[in-house]
Design a protein around this ligand. Structure first.
Ligand code: ZN
Length: 68
């Protein structure tokens, strides 16, 4: 699974605020995700993210072209 910083992850389980969409802020052994519904940030292990993600929305694909 290809996940990059800035991508939006749609998870299977909704956050208590009702949103299922999370923005990827940091990637490593743990991911830092920000809930797009309420702005809450969490750190969660990579394998758990990969288990729970339903869809990856690559929001920065176009912007990434100019990065190098
Ligand atoms: Zn939330």
């Amino acid at each position: 699974m290809e996940i990059q910083i800035g991508d939006i992850l749609k998870l299977k389980k909704p956050h208590p605020c009702g949103s299922k969409e999370w923005e990827v802020l940091r990637i490593g052994a743990d991911f830092r995700l920000k809930c797009l519904g309420c702005g809450h940030q969490i750190m969660t292990p990579r394998r758990q993210v990969e288990k729970n993600v339903k869809e990856v929305i690559q929001s920065n694909k176009a912007a990434g072209e100019t990065r190098n």
